[in-house]
Design a protein around this ligand. Sequence first.
Ligand SMILES: C[S@@+](CC[C@H](N)C(=O)[O-])C[C@H]1O[C@@H](n2cnc3c(N)ncnc32)[C@H](O)[C@@H]1O
Length: 355
Amino acid sequence: MSAAGRSVLAYCRPGFESECAQELAARDAELATAGFARSQRDSGFVEFVFPDTDAQARFVDSVHWRDLSFARQLLRVSARIEGLPREDRLGVLMPAIRATGRRYRDAWIEAPDNDAARELAGLCRSLNNALIAAMKREALIDPQSPWRLHVCLSDAQTAWVAEAAIATTSAWPGGIPRLRFPSAAPSRSTLKLEEALLTLLDADERERWLKPGMSGVDLGAAPGGWTWQLVRRSISVIAVDNGPMDPGLIDSGLVTHLREDGFRYRPSNPVDWLVCDMVEQPRKVAARMAEWLAGGWCRFAIFNLKLPMKKRYDEVRLCRNLVEEAVADVGKRIEWRARQLYHDREEITVFARIR
Ligand SMILES: C[S@@+](CC[C@H](N)C(=O)[O-])C[C@H]1O[C@@H](n2cnc3c(N)ncnc32)[C@H](O)[C@@H]1O
């Protein structure tokens, strides 16, 4: 059997293939699915190969994209096609799609996020339209299906035919939410918190946990891109930073600016949200977050862990353990969801709350 029918494909930020592979390998070890990673630096994806389709199925059933930090998307591969003919790519793709025996709610042709992606974007678009038309003709599109078809073009001649369960995978092509910069926001960092709220929480959680009248603290707030995201949801914010805050935010009447040290500040009353984008050693930030969560000073926290070091995957595990242990010491348990967002560079963004 070729490896293609027994592997998964994970998209990631180019340069982070090794962290993505380590994360998949850790889950593989827990499940004893005996797989191994194949990846190329800067390709923007990792293939994880299993010994047989049973192991592949066990892995896909147990490991969800939401639980991974470095994978932007996780797909079950059914075929890998090389030498796609330029003049009739669909003619070769369609038999592989029929062979899956499934009908799909939707079909996306996408390219991993790497240097070649821009050149492939036009091809992906035109081929996607033709593919959907061909699938409709053969009744392979079914609005009730829980499955989405993915065709990943790693180059113009190589296609991976794959699928994803819509309920448990990223809802954005390539795993990348394309957000428009809101012109009223004081900094581009605002997109990080917007993407975090969009991808780390579901729609129901956003409605319940981000209500007008709630309160928040933003550590390392200046000039105010993250604060702006809370203020636009009518959440009042204590913005802690020695640097200047955007005057428009102060005029909103919802922001109190404190020129204090974010590693020392303590709220006089518990707040709903803590957000933190201070550029500091990740362990130091994690220890600070642990203090807030264990102390019950906030209900929810979103924070950024900068990862300029070599052993980035290990550092993330260490930070997570540190927070989990501090919270366990006071008899509580934490929920931890982390992701290297599209708008994150050498860093990840974490959502944590006491369960
Ligand atoms: C990446 S910027 C934050 C950008 C902000 N999230 C936004 O969206 O506009 C990091 C900020 O952390 C602040 N900072 C770093 N160390 C700090 C500390 N110990 N206490 C308070 N602020 C700190 C810096 O002054 C800087 O404004």
